[in-house]
Structure formats: C-alpha cells, structure tokens
Design a protein around this ligand. Structure first.
Ligand code: CP
Ligand code: NVA
Length: 309
C-alpha cells in the first residue's frame, strides 16, 4: 500500500483498504516497535498548535522519536503567525525544514490552505470539524477489543462534533454500525457531505433515545459537550451552562450500563469532564478501554507517519 505524500485531513478520500492498512500497521508497530526504530531516521515533523493538547502532542512527538526522527513543537502564539504573517508563506517556509507538517487549528480551512500551499504531507491533529488521527486510533482499539468491525455497533452520545464526525467517517467505511444518540449537533462541526456519505452506507443512524441505543451496543463513546477553545471563554459561558443542562440525560455512567443491561465497552477520547459527559465510575469501569485508546494514539501516529513520509 503506497500512501506516501498523502494528506490526512479527514479520511473522507481514503478507502476501506487504506484505513485497514493503517490500522494493521499500527497493530504491527505496537507488537514489534524495535523493528521500526530507524524507519524515519533524520526525518522531521513540524507540529503547529493553535489550541492546547496533551495526548496528540506527546504521542506524535514520542512517536517521531521512536521512529528515529524528530518532532518540532511550534506554538501558533509564539510563531510569526501571531503578528499576522500569512499562513501560506509561513507554511512554505516550514516545509523547507521538514518532511511532514501536522497542525491543530481552530478552522478546517486553515488546514486546506496549508495543504494547498505545500508539497509535504499535511496531517490534521484536530480542527472544529474532524479529529481523524483520533478516529483511526479508536478503530485500532476497536479491532483489538472486538476482533473486527462487521456487525459491530458503536453508539456515540453527547453532542455530535469533530470526534463523532471522524468516528462516522472511519467506522462506516470499515463496515461498522455507527449510531449517534444525540439531542443536538455542534453547529461548527456539521458536514452535510459526510452525513450523505454515511447514510449511503446504510450503517449510520441518529436517535435521541440513548437507553434503547446502548442496550445492544458493542461500544458506548462520549466526548466533551464543549470544545477546548470555548471551555474557559467568558463569551461562551451562557451556552456552556445551557449545554451542561441539556446534555445531562446523555451522561455515560456505570448506572447507564447497569440500567440498560449493556455490555458495551466504554470509550472517551479525553480530556474528560467528570460529572458532565462521563462519571468517574465509567472511566474506571471494568468495561472502560479509555487508556488503551490513549495508548493507541502513539502506535497509530507511527503508522501514519511512516506511511505518509
Ligand atoms: N484526544 C486528544 O486529542 O487529546 P489531546 O487534546 O490531549 O491532544
Ligand atoms: N471535541 C473535543 C475533542 C478533544 C480531543 C474538542 O474539540 O475539544
């Protein structure tokens, strides 16, 4: 499989075989990390962050190091982008120093602009619409835990957002049933083309009835009701409070599993907001695979980097 030079913006243009290839490579690298120690010797990844991160930053940086290469952390605010330098020109400069650019940005169009400006592959480390590296890492975790995708059901609850979009893209392409048990969608994340694509597979549905959806689910997945950039934004405080009330019936807890008799594995991309979208007893539940999910970010980043570079 040749994915050299490809961008990872949202996986909409990847087919099932390409996604399976990345997942299986992630599993292989996880089993025999030493075999890949020199895969990207002397190669450089530049990671541009317009927003905060724990897992994405550290897994890409550790991953690049473990492949024999190096990652440079570039904070938007301390780069010349903060004084109004044109993104196109900054990206054209950065590409002269590296083999791949990864970016976490507020708007997807920033990634598109960069991808159009440079020759090196561009990887989306999260934007308002997608979180593709999270989606593919989660599919790797699902494959490890459930053995495959056909006939398996993932229920995402909370607010439809960047993470659920990437679960819908990857999950339905891989043959999984993906159900959104949601009262609302994050207006910034809506992608009608994606919804149309997902509906066409016959594997996608939306409901407001979480309890019925979770009964026969293999996975129950949730994420924050408020994205990171708005969490402490005073202008968003009223909407945050509204969401905290509206979404409470969609909280994932040990009680939800008990009351519905669900055997579902519990997933969350983290960072979690305990007592809101998820309870402590769900994070630490025997069915929780949340920290394996976090670990698999590392292995799949390595699969993505060795494939694109
Ligand atoms: N899941 C995830 O992307 O985590 P960070 O925001 O900490 O990178
Ligand atoms: N939806 C969350 C995902 C964090 C990994 C956010 O954008 O903040």
């Amino acid at each position: 499989m040749d994915l050299k030079g490809r961008d990872v913006l949202n996986f909409k243009k990847y087919n099932r075989e390409e996604l399976e290839y990345l997942i299986d490579l992630g599993i292989k690298i996880k089993k025999s990390p030493k075999k890949y120690y020199d895969s990207l010797k002397r190669k450089t990844l530049v990671m541009l962050f317009e927003k905060s991160s724990t897992r994405t930053r550290t897994s890409f940086e550790a991953g690049m190091n473990q492949l024999g290469g190096h990652a440079i952390f570039l904070d938007w605010q301390s780069s010349q982008l903060s004084i109004g330098a044109e993104l196109k020109d900054e990206a054209r400069s950065i590409e002269r120093y590296c083999e791949c650019i990864a970016a976490r940005v507020r708007e997807h169009k920033t990634l598109q602009l960069m991808a159009n400006a440079v020759e090196v592959p561009v990887v989306n480390m999260l934007c308002e619409k997608y979180h593709p590296c999270q989606g593919i890492a989660d599919m790797m975790t699902i494959k490890e835990k459930l053995g495959g995708f056909e006939g398996k059901k993932l229920v995402f609850t909370g607010i439809a957002n960047n993470v659920s979009n990437s679960l819908v893209v990857t999950g339905t392409k891989l043959g999984m049933q993906v159900t959104l048990a949601i009262p609302e969608k994050d207006p910034d994340a809506i992608d009608y083309e994606l919804e149309k694509m997902a509906k066409k597979t016959g594997l996608y549905e939306e409901t407001t009835d979480l309890k019925s959806a979770v009964k026969d689910a293999d996975i129950i997945y949730t994420d924050t009701w408020v994205n990171m950039e708005y969490m402490s934004d005073p202008k968003f405080a009223k909407e945050k409070e509204r969401r905290m009330n509206t979404f409470m019936p969609y909280q994932v807890s040990a009680k939800l599993l008990k009351d519905t008799g669900s055997k579902a594995k519990i997933m969350h991309c983290l960072a979690a907001h305990i007592g809101y979208e998820i309870t402590r007893d769900a994070i630490d539940h025997p069915n929780s695979v949340i920290f394996d999910q976090a670990e698999n970010r590392l292995h799949i980043q390595k699969a993505i980097l060795t494939s694109l570079i």
